[in-house]
Design a binder for this molecule. Structure first.
Ligand SMILES: C[S@@+](CC[C@H](N)C(=O)[O-])C[C@H]1O[C@@H](n2cnc3c(N)ncnc32)[C@H](O)[C@@H]1O
Length: 231
């Protein structure tokens, strides 16, 4: 669906983004494909295999499919605001005969799937949502008692990075497109911290690395921490 994407004008029109995305766009928006795709299933293995999983802001579904593949008895649902990318993922699931994965529309901050999951993941998406507090609460509401919320967020270091790119854009960056996409972060409206997550959920987030021992992966999480919150 393009033109009536509920994420626009808060951030870019993600429906249009995915409908028109070239290879470079897909590479930039499938962030989970690089690290989370291995790390989140490894986390789930340590915490106990989940029977139900939600991947919110699933984009191209790299993590959704990885979790469905690793936990073939689990029911895995990928949610995203962009109907266009959900259609692509449904086609892929049908082609792969992946019967334990589904894709549904779900829009933050008022995400309400009408059910709870053992594991709720939200990777590289909260930076596009202005009302982080409501978004965090709705994600946490979707976690079943005893389950976990796993999320990435952009912190002040990340904000400074995006600001530096905008101040002196490299040749391959279209400054206007970049400013539209990362505007909420650059303006500090969607940056988060341990304190902000605690204030929203009344529970401290925990370091992912206390559960998953992969120190070589930590470098990239300086600007985009990967944390979990038990329920
Ligand atoms: C950078 S991509 C990350 C995709 C995936 N989680 C990953 O890490 O590969 C951000 C995704 O969030 C979705 N999105 C943006 N705003 C959203 C919102 N308010 N609610 C739900 N999804 C949203 C976009 O359509 C996009 O697929």
């Amino acid at each position: 669906m393009t033109g009536d994407d509920p994420t626009h004008p808060e951030t870019i029109d993600w429906g249009a983004f995915w409908a028109d995305a070239d290879d470079e766009d897909r590479e930039s928006a499938n962030a989970a494909a690089h690290h989370a795709v291995d790390l989140v299933p490894a986390f789930a293995a340590e915490r106990g295999a989940p029977a139900t999983v939600a991947d919110v802001g699933c984009g191209g579904g790299a993590l959704t499919f990885a979790l469905a593949d690793r936990y073939s008895d689990a029911e895995v649902v990928g949610y995203d605001a962009a109907a266009s990318v959900l259609s692509e993922s449904r086609e892929r699931a049908a082609e792969q005969d992946a019967s334990n994965v589904a894709f549904e529309r779900g829009v933050l901050p008022d995400f309400d799937p009408g059910r709870q999951f053992d594991l709720v993941a939200c990777c590289h998406t909260l930076e596009y949502v202005a009302d982080s507090e409501t978004a965090l609460r709705s994600l946490y509401d979707a976690v079943a008692p005893g389950g976990d919320l796993v999320l990435t967020y952009t912190n002040d270091l990340g904000r400074a990075h995006y600001g530096r790119v905008l101040d002196d854009p490299p040749e391959e960056v279209d400054p206007q497109r970049y400013a539209e996409r990362f505007g909420l972060v650059v303006d500090g409206e969607s940056t988060l911290s341990y304190d902000a997550i605690h204030d929203a959920l009344d529970t401290w987030p925990r370091s992912f690395w206390a559960v998953v021992d992969k120190p070589e992966e930590r470098w990239m999480w300086r600007n985009h921490p990967l944390v979990w919150v038990p329920k």
